[in-house]
Design a protein around this ligand. Sequence first.
Ligand code: PXL
Length: 284
Amino acid sequence: MKRLLTIQDISCVGQCSTTVALPLVSACGVECAILPSAVLSNHTGGFSSWTFADLTPELSNVEKKWIELGITFDAFYTGYVCESQIDPILSIMETCAAPGAIRVVDPAMADNGKLYAGFADDFPSKMARLCNGADYILPNLTEAAFLVGDEPKLSGYTKDEIEFLITKLHGLGAKNVILTGVSFKSDELGSAISDGKIIEYDFNPRIDRMSHGTGDVYASVFAGALMRGRSAKDAAALAADIVCEAIRETASDHWYGVSFERAIPMLANAFNEVSTTQANTHKE
Ligand code: PXL
């Protein structure tokens, strides 16, 4: 079994970051180690206030111990992190990498044209350093614009504009770009998947609902599916299907997250086909 390390905060309440990554990566059949970068009482996206315990000093303590014990990872998946954590994280991705380890960076810092509460205007340039050398980055349109120094547009990107944005994102030093929130028709929403040569698209029917935490669900499933050998296009398509299922399962008055828990059976099933066949063969 492959071992992935996710580095992001724990928001104790809010269905985001580590509390989403751990169950979803696990449901893909991938061992998920965690390194919490901070502990918050709840996320910052809509609650009026929160507590924040910064665990930056703990990152290098843990790193030293893992080096001493020879613990390494087949993949790293980063999400919401703050400025002081970028260098310690870059170091861990060097020192604790198994041969061929991949880096998946979700530059979780903004949505709907705005940076999340608490991030300074120059934070995107710090996050860009984490994108440099990443195997996969998964920005939404707002994060993508901030990363390359553009003004974010809420909608109305043409195909040419999307593809130019992707070129600029590769310019940050990312091998593959998965740009989410792409739409060329009002009734569909999807992502563009680029390896630097070819750009593919994946669309689903648009569900007209603002949902918090969908980026974390998407990135977690994407990272887990990649580790199970799916191509980037297939991992992106599965991630989008799971996000749609989670949104459909979320009660209309539930505002702070999506009920990804109800999509776990569908996700586990996506990776069950081989073992079910093996189990049946065994029985015969
Ligand atoms: O879902 C991204 C996220 C993660 N962690 C914290 C957040 C947010 C988005 O608002 O506030 C603490």
